[in-house]
Design a binder for this molecule. Structure first.
Ligand code: ADP
Length: 136
């Protein structure tokens, strides 16, 4: 089924000029770019986006990182978009990342991991709404 998902190109990857390369990789994997937005998270918008992680030990570090520079958000579409994008992004744990995933190619570590992808169709709906219809 054709689905929608969200890919965030995080501040580390934007700073290192990987935006074009990452978009090309998504296109090569059958994703259609439906919308794109260049944005700057502030504390409030980052906290709202990552509300499910509030209280975890990495939460403050994650918010600091997400507010540290420009983010590029991509609204992507394809058949099985959510699962296919998660596969293409690679694991949270650097040890478990397959070669040829975006994180294996561009991530610096656990927190500075180049990209975010929605983890379910429901998350995709929420996140696309926040980014493309919301206030930030
Ligand atoms: P993912 O982005 O792989 O779905 P999570 O949703 O669990 O991972 O976490 C959100 C983000 O928080 C991660 O992308 C990463 O930037 C950061 N993060 C997750 N786990 C850790 C950790 N153990 N230590 C530091 N940062 C983390």
């Amino acid at each position: 089924m054709t689905e929608q998902s969200l890919l965030l190109i995080k501040p580390d990857a934007v700073k290192k000029n990987h935006v074009g390369h990452i978009i090309t990789i998504t296109e090569q994997h059958g994703f259609t770019l439906k919308n794109i937005k260049v944005l700057q998270f502030d504390r409030k918008s980052a906290a709202e986006f990552y509300m499910m992680h509030e209280g975890k030990e990495f939460y403050e570090q994650l918010l600091d990182f997400m507010c540290s520079g420009t983010t590029v958000a991509l609204h992507l579409e394809r058949v099985d978009a959510v699962a296919k994008l998660l596969e293409l992004v690679g694991d949270t744990d650097p040890e478990k990342r397959s070669p040829n995933t975006i994180r294996a190619m561009f991530a610096d570590g656990v927190t500075k991991n180049a990209v975010h992808a929605s983890d379910s169709p429901l998350s995709a709906k929420r996140e696309l709404g926040l980014i493309f219809k919301g206030a930030f």
